[in-house]
Design a protein around this ligand. Structure first.
Ligand SMILES: [Zn+2]
Length: 264
């Protein structure tokens, strides 16, 4: 595998230095151990993860009660980020909100830890070759989820950040939009609706239709987007039910159609 080392992020370089050339090589417990960190999994009350350390060693505790393996993996990556970058903090306690996609859009210690963690769990140099050429939808995100044993949310966000299309992934509750990650090519003036349109599969899911994941489909853009000319644009969308009456959606805005010139 040939890699341009100068283009790797700090987290990717850490993986590379530990010989990671395939998703199955990623072993964050082993990397933590090499960094002087002992990792403990046990039920925690009031937080998802905790780091206690001095300048040389640390103990990371990960909550394993009612938490998926994908979330535990991200929690460990997030605490490794604190150990690498915020070592002056002897005690760090992180709640679920600190590691949520909502925080990833903000600035500060927690968002920096999330960016680092995201690259430890789903490094660009391994994820980009997998999604390259595949459609932007949750079926593609599922390929990342299974290859990297991460959460569907983390996989979908990585897919959006890698995409060269006008894309976004976002999460809705019954009454509002919980968070959104936009791809770099999405027009700045474009906003995803805050409340789900009643004709979408996502609406049916969040109100308990029993459907777990929809098929990718093309829909009128004005069901999803608040933008000038949305009424004559189209989007590809796919939605998936998440725990807690939430629904995850991957969306790609189609290019504007060229109108055929009328012949005389
Ligand atoms: Zn944190």
């Amino acid at each position: 595998m040939r890699i341009d080392l100068s283009k790797l992020t700090e987290a990717e370089r850490l993986l590379w230095e530990h010989g990671v050339t395939s998703p199955k090589h990623i072993d964050l417990d082993a990397i933590a151990s090499a960094l002087g960190v002992k990792v403990v999994y046990r039920p925690l009350c009031g937080c998802e993860a905790r780091l206690v350390g001095d300048h040389e060693r640390a103990i990371i505790t990960i909550n394993n009660r009612d938490v998926t393996q994908g979330r535990q993996l991200f929690s460990l990556a997030h605490e490794i980020a604190h150990w690498r970058n915020d070592r002056h903090l002897r005690l760090v306690t992180c709640v679920q909100d600190d590691m949520s996609p909502k925080t990833m859009e903000a600035k500060g210690i927690e968002s920096a830890a999330n960016d680092f963690a995201s690259q430890l769990v789903l490094p660009n140099y391994l994820t980009a070759p997998i999604v390259d050429g595949l459609p932007f939808n949750l079926d593609t995100a599922a390929k990342l989820k299974y290859a990297f044993r991460c959460s569907m949310t983390a996989a979908a966000i990585r897919m959006a950040r890698l995409s060269r299309g006008a894309v976004a992934v976002f999460c809705h509750t019954r009454t509002s939009r919980a968070w959104i990650t936009k791809g770099l090519q999405l027009p700045m003036d474009l906003n995803v609706v805050r409340v789900l349109h009643h004709e979408t599969d996502a609406f049916a899911m969040v109100f308990g239709s029993g459907l777990q994941i929809s098929r990718p489909k093309v829909e009128p853009a004005n069901r999803w987007l608040g933008m000038h000319e949305a009424f004559r644009r189209e989007v590809s969308v796919q939605s998936m039910k998440l725990p807690g009456d939430r629904v995850l959606t991957a969306l790609e805005l189609h290019p504007e159609k060229k109108h055929a010139t009328k012949r005389r």
